[in-house]
Design a protein around this ligand. Structure first.
Ligand code: PFF
Length: 445
């Protein structure tokens, strides 16, 4: 058996994990969820969810992965709790489920880079979205995105994922900062900032039942939790790394990129529409594309350049997330069955491409896949992981969290948080999600 790969450097691990975390969730969903759920009020709840609930959970996944040093499914067998393999299996399934439509949106992003350069969407952004988001066009670009993802994963951990994300993550941050500075100069910036930064607590009090599960679900998705991704990435980490320090940094960076994306998207919307546009208020998968594209369309030549740069950054963010989703199943098949890495990466990508053609054919499917993932699969998978870490595997998990860090008190505070408010937050999110499932968008048949 060949020796298991590891990250070449600690920074390599951090950037790969940030690359996984920073994705469409931060740039596509977060600004729009903020826009449609009360602005700053949503931001406050989201920040609390990311740091108080997401951060302890990411540490739990790290503890499992680093201790087991194996893929997310077999980890539970190696930790001598084979019955809990269900956590890894559900995570793997959820990740594949999500990747099937994540790649469709990735394909749209590819298309919008071209559409910016050629001014293709400048005439009628809504019609453009309708014509490229569904049907053969969408299927073709979905195939391209999936192939790019598999191509990187095929190269392996150090040569593929680590090298790619080392380049991608800093570029995302630099370009987003540049775009945020540019957005600052727009007319609507002041209104956007006040919407984004002045919380309306009355709104929050009246809508708590909606805002909380949205914000917590968003934090899970954004931090790549519940899908085996962080377990897998941590399995390549050495025992002398400080997990609390790494996890803290990853949480801060991921949250910062989401917040930064808000500083780009919201001023663009306010500048273009003077308020939040209908498309944004209605949410939906097309919201970012239609509203942001309208804003770029209004800016003429400058809009072409800004649009191409914006969608390029969305593309690399999406790619670095997609590779982590594909890596979960790839590492499982390579570890377990000794299959060739490129073979698994492209084989699974092929199957997911087929599943994703549903979402690429009709966005109603995409909405359906996404809702089920957010409201049921993701919180259920996270909940099982929390119970495992908090009760079944607590002493070893605490030991693992403290190994490599000098914080002896940290482990007990951490496990206490998992057993109390983290558990409560996850259960509430799952129940509210399941309860609202009756409101899922109808299927197209
Ligand atoms: N965190 C990614 C995003 O915000 O777009 C999505 C994601 C990637 C979720 C990888 C889960 C995962 F395992």
């Amino acid at each position: 058996m060949t020796e298991r790969e590891t990250w070449a450097t600690r920074l390599g691990f951090i950037l790969a994990a940030v690359g996984s975390a920073v994705g469409l969730g931060n740039i596509w969903q977060f600004p729009f969820k903020t826009a449609t759920n009360g602005g700053a009020a949503f931001l406050v709840v989201y920040l609390l969810a990311a740091f108080l609930i997401g951060f302890p959970i990411i540490l739990g996944e790290f503890a499992i992965g680093r201790r087991a040093k194996i893929n997310a499914v077999e980890a539970f067998q190696r930790l001598k709790h084979p019955a809990w393999t269900i956590v890894g299996a559900l995570g793997l399934f959820t990740g594949l489920w999500i990747l099937s439509y994540y790649s469709v949106v990735g394909g749209w992003v590819l298309r919008y880079i071209g559409g910016s350069i050629t001014a293709g969407y400048f005439g009628d952004p809504a019609m453009y979205f309708d014509s490229v988001s569904m049907g053969w066009d969408a299927i073709a670009l979905h195939a391209v995105f999936m192939a790019l993802t598999a191509g990187i994963v095929a190269f392996g951990v150090e040569d593929g994922i680590e090298k790619a994300t080392k380049l991608m993550v800093p570029s995302i941050v630099v370009i987003l900062v540049g775009l945020a500075v540019y957005a600052f100069t727009l007319d609507g910036a002041a209104d956007a900032y006040s919407f984004y930064l002045t919380p309306d607590f009355t709104y929050l009090a009246n809508n708590l039942g909606d805002v909380v599960p949205y914000a917590v679900g968003q934090a899970f998705f954004s931090l790549s939790l519940g899908m085996g991704a962080m377990i897998t990435y941590a399995s390549y980490v050495g025992r002398d790394d400080s997990l609390p320090a790494d996890g803290g940094l990853i949480t801060v960076l991921n949250t910062a990129v989401g917040v930064l994306a808000g500083f780009v998207v919201l001023p663009l919307l306010f500048a273009q529409f003077g308020q939040l546009p209908e498309t944004a208020a209605g949410g939906g998968p097309g919201a970012l594309f239609i509203s942001v594209a309208s804003a770029f369309a209004d800016l003429g030549l400058l809009g072409r350049a800004a649009g191409a740069v914006f969608f390029f950054v969305v593309l690399i963010a999406a790619l670095s997330s997609a590779i982590s989703l594909l890596e979960v199943v790839t590492s499982y098949c390579v570890d377990r069955y000794g299959l060739s890495r490129p073979g698994v990466a492209f084989g699974v990508a092929g199957v997911l491409f087929l599943l994703g053609t549903l979402s690429a054919w009709n966005t109603a499917w995409l909405g359906w896949f996404d809702t089920l993932a957010y409201k049921v699969l993701l919180p259920a998978s996270v909940l099982l992981g929390v119970v495992f870490v908090g009760w079944v595997y607590a002493p070893q998990a605490v030991d693992e969290i403290e190994a490599g860090s000098n914080l002896e008190w940290f482990g007990s505070v951490w496990i206490w948080s998992i057993r109390t408010f983290v558990l409560l937050g996850v259960v509430a999110t799952l129940l509210l999600g399941v309860n609202s499932i009756y409101g899922m968008p109808p299927l197209p048949f």
